[in-house]
Design a protein around this ligand. Structure first.
Ligand code: 0X9
Ligand code: ZN
Length: 305
């Protein structure tokens, strides 16, 4: 009954999360942070039901406002981790502490109801009439590097300083409080292209443990293919997309010290197949395949620490 099957507004998503959390003792809703326009935004947390000293899984959605399949897929995963009856779903809620804020750019997401292709947050930039910072260029690891813009009118504007945006800092503070060594998997979920992106985003250099991160991504892609036969390409942003500095997963790995960090780009594969604007009939299959990918990635990470 509560599986998401349409694209909800922020307030609908928040009510949906509260409703779900009310019915399950191990699920709670907490405040992630407050946006630049002063709007609180929230996450669903699931407490590991049997294991002591469990690792954490942190997955944020909706960093880019127009990528609507991201929050909806986060809702599907929230629903599955809390209520799923498959062996995987039960194992995931028994063994890990989950933190899933589905919309970390709530102002931008609101704005897309009247301006569908908005990407950034809604920061008023001093000295410019252009609005917004690209929240995936603002993180303070390799900030101001290639693939980010100094122009407030650009869709990839990096912001006035590293970590200047409250939406970014809210997630950063949580990752630091949990501690990178306690996080088995960090993901920042985007659309579109069907990629499972691996660090680094801001440089063509590879992390020392790239082979393990790539293998974890390959495990995710194989699991995804087994669900709906979709292909996801695994690689770094510079290798398979474009260089992008100041992104979330570079910071989560480089600064916070999470070993396994990824940025999936969800369905569809192309602009011709709908791009950012795909019908809500995609939510259920996307949730199904991405949950399978997440489980495979977690299992790989847990056995290759
Ligand atoms: O440009 C981006 O931020 C991402 N692509 S999107 O079309 N969803 O905007 C790619 C992000 C790559 N990840 C990092 N550099 N962290
Ligand atoms: Zn994106």
């Amino acid at each position: 009954k509560r599986k998401p099957d349409f694209y909800m507004t922020n307030s609908e998503i928040n009510a949906w999360m509260n409703d779900l959390a009310n019915d399950y003792s191990y699920a709670t809703v907490s405040t992630t942070g407050t946006s630049i326009e002063g709007q609180d935004f929230f996450q669903l947390d699931v407490d590991a039901t049997i294991v002591s000293n469990p690792k954490h899984v942190y997955i944020n959605g909706g960093i880019h406002a127009r990528e609507w399949i991201s929050p909806a897929t986060m809702q599907w995963i929230i629903h599955e981790v809390i209520t799923g009856t498959s062996d995987d779903a039960v194992r995931m809620r028994e063994n890990y502490i989950w933190h899933i804020p589905p919309v970390i750019n709530p102002d931008g997401y609101d704005y897309t109801w009247t301006n569908r292709m908005w990407r950034k947050n809604r920061r008023i930039n001093s000295g410019s009439s252009c609005i917004g910072v690209d929240l995936n260029r603002n993180w303070g690891w390799g900030w101001d590097g290639p693939g980010s813009s100094t122009d407030p009118c650009s869709d990839t504007y990096r912001g006035a300083s590293a970590d200047s945006e409250p939406e970014v800092r809210a997630v950063e503070d949580q990752l630091m409080a949990i501690g990178g060594e306690n996080i088995v998997l960090y993901m920042d979920v985007h659309s579109y292209s069907q990629f499972w992106l691996v660090p680094w985003g801001g440089t063509t250099e590879k992390p020392d443990d790239y082979a393990e991160l790539k293998a974890g991504g390959d495990a995710a892609a194989a699991a995804i293919r087994s669900v709906n036969n979709l292909s996801f390409l695994v690689g770094t942003p510079p290798d398979i997309l474009y260089v992008a500095s100041g992104g979330s997963f570079d910071w989560a790995k480089g600064h916070a010290g999470v070993k396994y960090t990824y940025a999936p780009e969800l369905r569809p594969a192309s602009a011709g197949a709908g791009g950012f604007v795909i019908p809500p009939e995609n939510i259920d299959p996307s949730g199904n395949e991405i949950f399978a990918g997440v489980v495979a990635n977690i299992d790989f990470a847990a056995s290759n620490p």
